[in-house]
Write a protein of this length. Structure first.
Length: 241
């Protein structure tokens, strides 16, 4: 009896180890592989192996919940099918050579909490669908070539704690919707092409710890410095460098 039980346990564990994600999620990963020259990645994938063994892929309960291919020499554009990874909680692709625009299907990733695409060559406007990611806590898109203005729909991202868009080509007015992000701890909009006025309301943001607005075209830049000083006087760490 014991040997039969042991066999059944071993068989179950073996089946679990081989359990695959859905064909839709797997195909989305394969699309990303081919769209970004996966054969030349620093850490490439064996497409014949179990998805759970692929570098940077985290699988839980047969769903891809994490994808981290940062500093991995991805070179190409993000495929539309990326939006089929609808169980993703974290997507980190920073410091690669990803070009083109962020696909509108990014808005399908409703469970996403962390989106980090720093240090690529992304251009165009942020897709409006990105404001559908209401569970998002960290949005980091620094050092790309993103343009356009930020939508008032930014206010939808109620859980956002970090908004870092440093070193892009964003234009338009300061996004007043930021003032509605009560959980925001870090705001970095430095090195863009923003104009107009820095709002006094930043003083009232209770959780804001880090603020960086330098190298824009604000008319009341000194007001920004005063806000920095206000944060510092409240024992919070802030920077306008």
């Amino acid at each position: 009896m014991k040997s039969i039980f042991t066999f059944l346990v071993a068989a179950f564990l073996s089946f679990s180890a081989l359990a695959e994600v859905s064909s839709t999620q797997k195909q989305a990963l394969i699309d990303l592989y081919y769209a970004t020259n996966g054969a030349e990645w620093n850490n490439t994938w064996d497409l014949n192996a179990d998805v759970a063994t692929w570098h940077g892929v985290k699988v839980v309960n047969d769903n891809v919940v994490g994808l981290n291919l940062s500093m991995n020499n991805l070179n190409g554009q993000l495929p539309e099918s990326l939006g089929n990874l609808d169980a993703l909680i974290s997507l980190e692709l920073f410091f690669n050579k990803i070009q083109g625009s962020i696909p509108a299907t990014i808005g399908n990733l409703k469970k996403l909490k962390v989106l980090v695409l720093n240090g690529n060559m992304l251009d165009g406007k942020l897709p409006n669908t990105i404001y559908n990611l209401t569970n998002l806590e960290q949005l980091l898109l620094t050092s790309n070539n993103l343009s356009g203005s930020l939508s008032d729909d930014l206010a939808n991202l109620k859980n956002l704690q970090v908004l870092n868009l440093f070193d892009n080509n964003l234009n338009g007015q300061f996004p007043m919707a930021v003032l509605q992000l009560d959980n925001l701890k870090e705001l970095n909009l430095s090195s863009n092409k923003l104009v107009g006025f820095i709002p006094d309301g930043l003083h009232q943001m209770q959780n804001l710890e880090t603020l960086a607005l330098a190298s824009n075209n604000f008319e009341n830049h000194n007001e920004g410095i005063a806000i920095i000083e206000h944060l510092e006087n409240n024992s919070k760490v802030a920077s306008n460098e």
